[in-house]
Design a protein around this ligand. Structure first.
Ligand SMILES: C[S@@+](CC[C@H](N)C(=O)[O-])C[C@H]1O[C@@H](n2cnc3c(N)ncnc32)[C@H](O)[C@@H]1O
Length: 453
């Protein structure tokens, strides 16, 4: 099979990234935009991670209903890969991805609970990060990454994941930056000024935080940009300038200036109030986060009078939900600012039965075990990379009667559940939760019990 050749492929499965996995002439192909059941005529484009990549040119038969994608950027944008699938079909494939990942690791659950759909499949995000770049003609671009590209960006006119106000902010920032002639930061030459625009909006309070990440500050042109945008959109509650002079292309920085407001916003989730600062983690689908926390608490069972640990606690959003029932909740988090936010959030909500510890879970957890501390329930919600081997080992040593694992990556969830099974746990139930509609990403909650089934 050669590059440029047209082949007929039967799509049988999905890669963990949500691309079609097909068979053709005895070879395995990755077929973007295809799903199981599709039969496509696809053009071989090259190799990707040892497998052939082929783009569909004609669907001969389809394994799922397709729809007109609501967004005009669909296909070019790296964000929403599944907008052409009706939402019930997206949910069906996500359940399959979670179940498949666990089955590949030999993990079986006593109960498979159906996927929890997001309350809104569109306009659900409270945080979006946009990149500045120079177009081929040198004109300033502000938008999202092109599909499959880490360095090419296109102008976003309207994004269907964020609110109308957030779309207005993007348009206003672009227009003022172009008017002022401020150049984008160039990744190759390391010249230029504008790097990222981050917008966070609290659905519970309507507050909106705008963060501009720039390469040089103080700068009169950046001041003029901030002033122009604030004059046009007085609804912006807080505007922050972040200086990031380093070469790594990440929306982070060395110093921050608050131009308007208090530098953070407040969100209401599950009846609790949370402060969100520019750098701290908060679930990006806040209405569905309420369901995620309610479901995780339920899967942990009765917490009355119990000592609970919330590992990877962020700003304490799950910890505070649990603290309304438990006797005491310990939270562990590596980002110091998030721990400060978590302590403030506990005070803000009048919950004085929480203790937050700053540090990497892989160091704090073994130390807690050595000190002789024990927990009735342990909740873990690690980043995509999953649990550090030292955390897995310490969980085995601590022998909490129940563990609840919240995961945003079915592959690492499966590997860690296999590790916990070896440590003596069995998987009582798994519930996929859709936090990221229109994308193949899927969250899942697993509840584990120590001892025999
Ligand atoms: C998926 S978030 C979950 C946060 C929280 N449970 C929530 O729902 O908002 C993962 C969190 O783990 C933190 N984190 C990442 N690596 C860590 C580590 N090695 N030790 C402790 N926390 C870590 C991140 O900063 C982030 O706040």
């Amino acid at each position: 099979m050669k590059k440029g050749e047209l082949v007929v492929a039967e799509v049988r499965g999905l890669t963990p990234q949500g691309e079609g996995l097909a068979l053709a002439e005895g070879r395995t192909l990755i077929v973007p935009r295809a799903v199981p059941g599709d039969r496509v005529e696809a053009r071989v484009a090259g190799k990707q991670k040892g497998r052939l990549l082929a783009f569909p040119e004609r669907f001969i038969a389809t394994g799922a209903v397709r729809q007109q994608p609501p967004c005009r950027h669909f296909g070019r944008c790296g964000g929403c890969r599944w907008q052409d699938l009706p939402y019930p079909e997206q949910l069906r494939f996500k359940e399959g991805l979670v179940q498949g990942a666990l089955a590949d690791r030999g993990v079986s659950a006593a109960d498979w609970l159906p996927i929890l759909a997001s309350p809104s499949p569109l306009f659900y995000r409270n945080k979006m990060e946009f990149s500045f770049a120079a177009g081929p003609d040198g004109a300033l671009i502000l938008g999202l990454h092109l599909r499959g590209s880490f360095d090419r960006v296109f102008d976003v006119e309207e994004c269907h994941l964020q609110s109308a106000l957030s779309n207005q902010v993007v348009a206003a920032v672009r227009r003022h930056a172009v008017g002022l002639g401020i150049p984008a930061y160039d990744l190759k030459t390391h010249q230029g000024q504008l790097r990222f625009l981050v917008i966070r909006q609290a659905v519970g309070t309507g507050e909106i935080l705008v963060e501009l990440v720039v390469a040089k500050y103080p700068s009169p042109e950046v001041d003029a940009l901030a002033a122009g945008v604030l004059a046009e959109l007085p609804q912006i509650t807080t505007l922050v300038l972040t200086l990031h002079a380093g070469k790594a292309q990440v929306a982070a920085g060395q110093a921050q200036w608050v131009v308007k407001g208090r530098g953070g916003i407040e969100e209401v989730c599950g009846g609790l109030r949370f402060a969100i600062s520019p750098r701290s983690f908060f679930q990006t689908n806040p209405r569905q986060a309420e369901n995620l926390y309610a479901e995780a608490s339920w899967m942990g069972g009765e917490l009355d009078g119990l000592e609970v640990l919330d590992l990877y606690c962020g700003t304490g959003s799950l910890s505070l939900h649990l603290a309304r029932q438990a006797r005491v909740v310990w939270g562990v988090e590596v980002v110091v600012e998030a721990v400060e936010d978590a302590r403030g959030n506990a005070r803000r909500n009048g919950l004085n039965n929480c203790e937050f510890l700053a540090g990497p879970a892989e160091e704090v957890l073994p130390a807690l075990w050595r000190e002789g501390r024990r927990f009735d329930r342990i909740f873990v919600d690690p980043p995509r990379a999953g649990l550090h081997p030292k955390v897995l080992k310490a969980l085995g040593d601590l022998r909490a009667p129940q563990v609840v694992y919240i995961s945003c990556n079915p592959l690492t969830l499966a590997a860690d559940l296999a590790g916990l099974q070896e440590a003596g746990y069995w998987v009582r139930a798994v519930r996929p939760v859709d936090m990221f509609p229109q994308t193949p990403h899927c969250e899942a909650i697993a509840s584990l019990v120590l001892g025999d089934v």
